[in-house]
Design a protein around this ligand. Structure first.
Ligand code: PLP
Length: 281
């Protein structure tokens, strides 16, 4: 693998940052992950726009358009040009003596790397999840590198052998440690509205578009934790997760067999077709 760091393409063990980088000291940075599928990044514009918005929210002065020329350089060096891979981008505020307030005149640190990875056409995992109180802060819309809350939540589920940990705040399901959460009841799709309690997932956005195309009604409404057992289906979305059916939520089973059905399945197939169209554009 190759690492892009501030304009240089390096071997991973050559890529070094200062211990005074605010990304390291404070988690003061924004990141993005996108998947190249069939020669193109899926929803690249949406990912890059979200990155720019995140930087603006925390006032890191960086124009993401610069990445248009830098990403191909990295992919060429890593021999991943046109190949299926995941691209990680991280922009931190930069290096400065440790003081909380934003320093003036600081140059952001730009890090990227890509790893070869082919996502399955359809995520056929029958996910088991556990629920936990969402103890994160109230700016979960910012895709920041300080992920300790998400890491702790994910670890809680991992210890129980679960695929994901789903979170609830004041009794309402928000999202999961690294994915968004959806429910289906009577063919109506429910998901938490876009606000400061969730990350506005790009896959979430894709699913909402697919629902519109398929004529499936969507309610952007948070579901109360006690209502979960009354739902017909539940699924997770994320760049890496794609669309993953939730089979078991704590002690509740949404279904007992080994086949994914219903609206979740329809969306998985529609998503597969969308990816195929992406590769022929
Ligand atoms: N929610 C959180 C907390 C995440 O970390 C992620 C992805 O990393 C998502 C949702 C899903 O977002 P996306 O579909 O853009 O990958």
């Amino acid at each position: 693998p190759k690492v892009y760091l501030n304009g240089d393409i390096l071997a991973p063990d050559e890529a070094k940052i200062s211990v005074f980088d605010r990304g390291f000291l404070f988690g003061d940075g924004i990141y993005e992950v996108m998947a190249q599928i069939g020669g193109q990044f899926l929803y690249q514009e949406a990912h890059i726009d979200r990155l720019q918005e995140g930087l603006q929210k925390i006032k890191i002065d960086f124009d993401v358009r610069l990445l248009d020329t830098e990403i191909p350089k990295l992919l060429d060096a890593a021999e991943l040009h046109g190949k299926d891979c995941l691209l990680y981008i991280q922009i931190t505020r930069g290096v400065a003596p440790r003081k909380h307030a934003y320093p003036n005149q600081i140059t952001p640190t730009i890090l990227m790397y890509a790893t070869a990875q082919t996502l399955p056409d359809i995520n056929d995992v029958l996910a088991q999840v556990v629920s936990m109180n969402d103890f994160r802060w109230s700016r979960c819309d910012i895709k920041m590198t300080s992920l300790l809350g998400n890491v702790m939540a994910n670890e809680y589920g991992a210890q129980k052998g679960c695929y994901e940990t789903v979170l609830f705040r004041e009794g309402l399901v928000t999202e999961a440690s690294h994915s968004n959460v959806f429910f289906v009841r009577d063919r109506v799709v429910y998901t938490h509205p876009e606000n400061e309690y969730i990350l506005s997932g790009i896959t979430r956005k894709i699913v909402l578009e697919l629902c519109a195309q398929l004529g499936i009604k969507v309610m952007e409404e948070a579901i109360a934790i006690e209502e979960v057992v009354k739902m017909d289906e539940a699924f997770l979305t994320g760049t890496n997760t794609q669309i993953a059916s939730i089979k078991q939520w704590d002690d509740h089973f949404f279904y007992h067999g080994d086949t994914i059905e219903g609206v979740t399945k329809e969306l998985q197939w529609a998503f597969k077709e969308l990816k195929e169209r992406n590769s022929t554009l």
